[in-house]
Write a protein that binds this ligand. Structure first.
Ligand SMILES: [Fe+2]
Length: 291
């Protein structure tokens, strides 16, 4: 049977004054026609974080929708990939029958932009909340356009041509010490990971707007600057960017699909009562080199 492309009537509703929008009226389990997809794409680019509620998606449908935005990447932690659908990474406190964790249990509980430690970090990720605890586990987002635009003129001039170094291994090993469940990296996984150096201010390839592009999770060094001076500047930028006035807090409901733009947003996971199951599935769209 040929899939019927459906024109869906959508409403776009802002979720806060600073970022985020909800798309109402979409059913991503059905194939979308190009006009409907363009509306969703524009809303995503405008809002930085897009929320689509009550999406009953199979892993395959989740992947199919994600691929409309570009090719997908496959996460390095292969033991946490969805069986048979490797484009899906599992974030969960569920265990396999033998007690092994099914996914990352406490991923991303710090401000970060996903995988900024690679040469071409992802455009964004689509996170599907399959099972959600009754409270807690919110995801915070902050608007890095606003973070940049509200910097003092002197700071903007100072960082205009600066570049910073991002690393996963340094960050992962630091955080692993505080987490018994996160596991460790194998030597082979470490070998695949190198540092990346990116501009501190990047220009979004689709909007042309400038955004601050350093994050407390992975950015650890200013290039061409004395170590201590670079640290002070990074801390100052982190403190500025993570102010509550730049944030949208997402309170999850079951079957939410949340899509964020790593090029202009950071995000931060929060804790929840682990007596409850929290099971999420994520795809990641490849991106390009920040400029
Ligand atoms: Fe993340």
């Amino acid at each position: 049977m040929t899939a019927v492309l459906t024109k869906q009537t959508l409403t776009i509703r802002p979720l806060s004054d600073v970022m985020g929008a909800e798309v109402i009226g979409a059913d991503l389990a059905r194939p979308l026609d190009d006009a409907t997809f363009r509306t969703i794409h524009h809303a995503f680019i405008d809002a930085g974080v897009l929320v689509l509620r009550d999406q009953r998606l199979t892993p395959e449908q989740h992947v199919a929708f994600s691929k409309r935005f570009g090719p997908l990447s496959i996460h390095i932690k292969d033991e946490f990939l969805y069986p048979g659908v490797p484009e899906i990474l599992i974030l969960s406190n569920r265990k396999h029958p033998d007690g092994r964790p099914m996914g990352f249990e406490d991923a991303g509980r710090y401000w970060h932009s996903d995988m900024s430690y690679v040469e071409e970090p992802p455009l964004g990720s689509l996170l599907h909340g399959v099972e959600i605890p009754p409270a807690g586990g919110d995801t915070l987002f902050c608007n890095m356009y606003l973070a940049y635009e509200t910097l003092p003129a002197a700071t903007k001039a100072r960082i205009a041509n600066l570049r910073a170094r991002h690393s996963f291994v340094a960050s992962f090993e630091g955080k692993t010490k505080a987490s018994a469940t996160r596991g460790t990296l194998t030597e082979e996984q470490k070998r695949k990971l190198t540092d990346a150096i990116h501009p501190v201010v990047r220009t979004h390839p689709e909007t042309g707007r400038k955004a601050l592009y350093v994050n407390p999770g992975f950015t650890f060094k200013m290039e061409g600057m004395a170590e201590a001076e670079g640290q002070v500047l990074l801390e100052e930028l982190f403190a500025h960017a993570t102010q509550e006035r730049f944030q949208y807090r997402h309170r999850w409901k079951p079957f939410d699909l949340v899509f964020w733009d790593n090029r202009c947003a950071m995000h931060h996971a929060t804790t929840y009562d682990t007596h409850y199951i929290r099971h999420m599935q994520r795809t990641t769209v490849k991106g390009d080199r920040p400029v």
